[in-house]
Design a protein around this ligand. Structure first.
Ligand SMILES: Cc1cc2nc3c(=O)[nH]c(=O)nc-3n(C[C@H](O)[C@H](O)[C@H](O)COP(=O)(O)OP(=O)(O)OC[C@H]3O[C@@H](n4cnc5c(N)ncnc54)[C@H](O)[C@@H]3O)c2cc1C
Length: 298
């Protein structure tokens, strides 16, 4: 991959060999060949035109659901956080939100506008783009329940608006068209004049009681299997506190794997596999990762 060619006209704005550990909530991950933060949608479309055909493109929001391996990422990383930051109310109950907007900001703004239910977004430490990709949800709410249409871009810079009905959406899963990424979405909420910031505070406090908030993790590592909870299965398999290198199974919430400070991505991935194999042996249930594992091993 010719990073020199990619950056033509963007030379002083791309980062080369950028450690992904700086951009993921696990604080692990090797270097990305090229790392680019667009200024806005037009800038991003221009940049994409300079990327040679076939170069892998990786999109990242706040990196809160990503395990990037220690050998890093070949190709180009497009970072939306801090870039695609537009958020406005378009009508009584419609909101236009760009992909780089943190979910917490969306939650707070909806409360100010008297719209809801959007409080659940406050506990998701990612961007709207990541939430669209994952159908992120919490406390009974999920992202796609509110999506009216998406604004997308492909690698040629072509932009489209797609109605939500064109996507197959499930629990923490969305099937988007291949090689098309989110720029923004129109979201619909109910009029909720009694919405109050106290609800967000209460929700975050509940989270803090049950989850290792503040520690380095990727949130829930596995999706919940039908009718059960991954955390319950992991805990009853005796895995709480189990360690590989600098990574451990949280003693507070067994579905969280913690980087205690010195973990490599390989430690975390090995621990994840150990948990998966052990739970399958003990309970006969195969847990599926919710976190996305990408990149090359060292
Ligand atoms: C402490 C903690 C608590 C968490 N709690 C929850 C929770 O309650 N509920 C929940 O659902 N999740 C939770 N998560 C997981 C995570 O926050 C969500 O999955 C979130 O939506 C990821 O957003 P992100 O911006 O960090 O995405 P990233 O981790 O940066 O990316 C995740 C995926 O989305 C893709 N992506 C990102 N932006 C775009 C884009 N613009 N277009 C297309 N694809 C894109 C990436 O390529 C990647 O495949 C938690 C994580 C942590 C660390």
């Amino acid at each position: 991959m010719n990073a020199q060619r990619i950056s033509a006209g963007f030379a002083d704005r791309v980062l080369r060999d950028e450690p992904m550990a700086r951009h993921t909530s696990w604080h692990v991950g090797g270097p990305a060949d090229v790392y680019f933060e667009p200024r806005d949608i037009d800038d991003l479309a221009q940049f994409l035109l300079t990327v040679p055909a076939g170069t892998p493109l990786h999109w990242i929001g706040l990196g809160s659901n990503l395990l990037v391996r220690d050998g890093g990422l070949r190709g180009v990383v497009i970072a939306t956080h801090g870039a695609l930051a537009g958020l406005k109310r378009e009508s009584e109950n419609r909101v236009y939100c760009e992909a780089g907007v943190p979910c917490a900001r969306l939650a707070k703004q909806c409360v100010k506008w008297g719209l809801g239910p959007a409080e659940f977004f406050a506990g998701i430490p990612g961007t709207l783009g990541g939430a669209l990709a994952m159908n992120a949800g919490a406390f009974g709410g999920d992202t796609w329940r509110h999506v009216v249409e998406t604004h997308t871009i492909d690698r040629s810079g072509a932009q489209r608006w797609r109605p939500a009905s064109e996507y197959r959406v499930g629990y923490r899963s969305v099937a988007p068209p291949a090689e098309e990424w989110y720029l923004a979405a129109r979201l619909s909420f109910e009029h909720k004049p009694e919405a109050h910031a106290d609800e967000i505070r209460a929700l975050l406090a509940r989270r803090k009681q049950t989850q290792p908030i503040g520690e380095w993790s990727g949130g829930s590592t596995f999706t919940n299997p039908p009718g059960d909870h991954a955390a319950r299965l992991i805990e009853s398999a005796g895995l709480k506190g189990h360690r590989v290198g600098g990574a451990s199974v949280s003693t507070k919430h067994a579905n969280f794997l913690i980087n205690e400070g010195s973990a490599t991505a390989a430690d975390i991935e090995q621990l994840l596999l150990h948990v998966q194999v052990t739970v399958e042996r003990v309970h006969g249930v195969r847990l599926e990762p919710e976190v996305r594992i990408i990149g090359e091993a060292r």
